[in-house]
Ligand binder design. Structure first.
Ligand SMILES: Cc1cc2nc3c(=O)[nH]c(=O)nc-3n(C[C@H](O)[C@H](O)[C@H](O)COP(=O)(O)O)c2cc1C
Length: 394
């Protein structure tokens, strides 16, 4: 993965260095191209040190006579972060009068991502709004700026989007496999919380990480994703993921049943509570009034319910198992709930909930067992997408 990273003369130039670190950490070879103003605000030496590649700052002062073409030839993407109003205007017009704008002008076969950053007055200017719209019309990805306090002390829209979010967008754009392009994928994740009163609930130890990794993997492969999650933490996801937040099993059921008809593949990784307290107190229960026993009533099995009316949708279920016959139990659930793919997740030992890894066994639509063992949740998400892509693209 070779990324040309354009740094322009914005007060947010230092965030370009942070993005560089994230991309390098993800295994990308980053090639900085800095405008004159960009190189004034962020040292080219630092970018050289962070990337191992000498930044191109001047086409006519570069050892290579064709630096702009050599750079672009085998690049996965050009990313301009931060992007000034000036560089955006030039790119919108196809102007090529310095190293970065010439590289952008030569990027006819490579995706280009812009992350604008500027003062609110500049951001709101009709010319800038028109130029950003032109970039999108040209097929470029624009990661729109957010509102907040700006480097100059003003408040308003114009602050560079969080670098974690820019990173997610870049990874989505450069991801090589696009075998779920324009597919609609519904993912559930997280552990539901069943309230006893306004402050107490019965919950489980699911962190929601698996759901986030599944949503991200599907989006990177080109799908439009809706993630219905009960997870309480927040993570950055690509722009093609819509997040629907729920708390209880019943809320998750309502959201999943309402959304399901629109989706071609449904992956249910949420840890949905099997039971909920029979009674809910609208007021916080006082210590002295605490019942000795809590009566539970069963929740509906959302996976079975969706499975019973699944039609030609691809349905993937996750099952947390602790016994000795994990495969047998997984096969039983697969048949009973009409699943195309099941991921049986060995829990109770290490690794467990909340970790980056998972101990899993995947049974695919052909009945073949893929005992993947301990893998990272993001690797497992890729395996699940492989299974879905095979079925959808048959
Ligand atoms: C300290 C400082 C911060 C600046 N921050 C921004 C900015 O965030 N966004 C922007 O569009 N211009 C900003 N400018 C103005 C640009 O640097 C100026 O328009 C320059 O010509 C942009 O050139 P470039 O697009 O080739 O980098 C800033 C200028 C200075 C001196």
């Amino acid at each position: 993965m070779k990324i040309i990273l354009g740094i322009t003369g914005s007060a947010a130039a230092y965030k370009g260095a942070e993005l560089t670190r994230m991309l390098v950490h993800a295994g990308a070879s980053v090639h900085p191209v800095m405008t004159r103003a960009g190189a004034e605000l962020l040292g080219p030496k630092l970018m050289h040190a962070l990337t191992g590649n000498r930044p191109v700052t001047d086409l006519f002062d570069d050892p290579s006579p064709y630096a702009h073409i050599e750079l672009i030839e085998d690049a996965s993407a050009v990313v301009v972060a931060p992007a000034t109003a000036n560089t955006i205007a030039k790119a919108a017009a196809g102007i090529a009068d310095d190293a970065l704008s010439t590289v952008i002008a030569a990027a006819s076969r490579v995706p280009v991502v812009f992350a604008p950053a500027m003062n609110v007055r500049m951001y709101e200017h009709t010319a800038n709004a028109r130029n950003m719209a032109s970039l999108e019309a040209l097929g470029y990805v624009v990661v729109h700026a957010e509102a907040g306090s700006l480097a100059c002390g003003d408040e308003g829209r114009g602050r560079l989007a969080p670098v974690e979010y820019v990173f997610e967008e870049v990874m989505r754009v450069v991801w090589p496999a696009k075998d779920l392009a324009r597919r609609k994928v519904l993912v559930t994740g997280g552990g539901t919380r069943e309230p006893l009163d306004p402050v107490r609930y019965l919950g489980n130890r699911s962190s929601g990480k698996m759901g986030y990794d599944l949503a991200r993997a599907a989006a990177r492969r080109g799908a439009f994703v809706n993630l219905v999650t009960a997870a309480e933490n927040d993570v950055y996801l690509p722009s093609t993921v819509t997040v629907t937040r729920v708390n209880t099993a019943e809320e998750m059921r309502e959201a999943a049943l309402e959304l399901a008809p629109e989706y071609e593949a449904i992956i249910m990784s949420a840890a949905v509570a099997d039971f909920r307290p029979a009674d809910y107190s609208a007021d916080k229960v006082k210590k002295g009034d605490m019942p000795a026993e809590v009566k539970l009533v069963p929740n509906q099995d959302i996976l079975a319910e969706i499975g019973s009316a699944k039609g030609d949708k691809v349905l993937v279920g996750f099952a947390a198992e602790t016994g000795n016959d994990i495969e047998g139990e997984a096969r039983r659930k697969m048949a009973a709930k009409h699943l195309d793919v099941i991921v049986a997740n060995r829990v109770g030992g290490e690794p467990g909930f909340g970790t980056d890894t998972i101990d899993a066994l995947v049974i695919g639509s052909d009945g073949r067992v893929n005992s993947v063992g301990v893998v990272s949740k993001s690797e497992l998400a890729e395996l699940v997408m492989d299974e879905i892509a095979v079925i959808l693209n048959k």
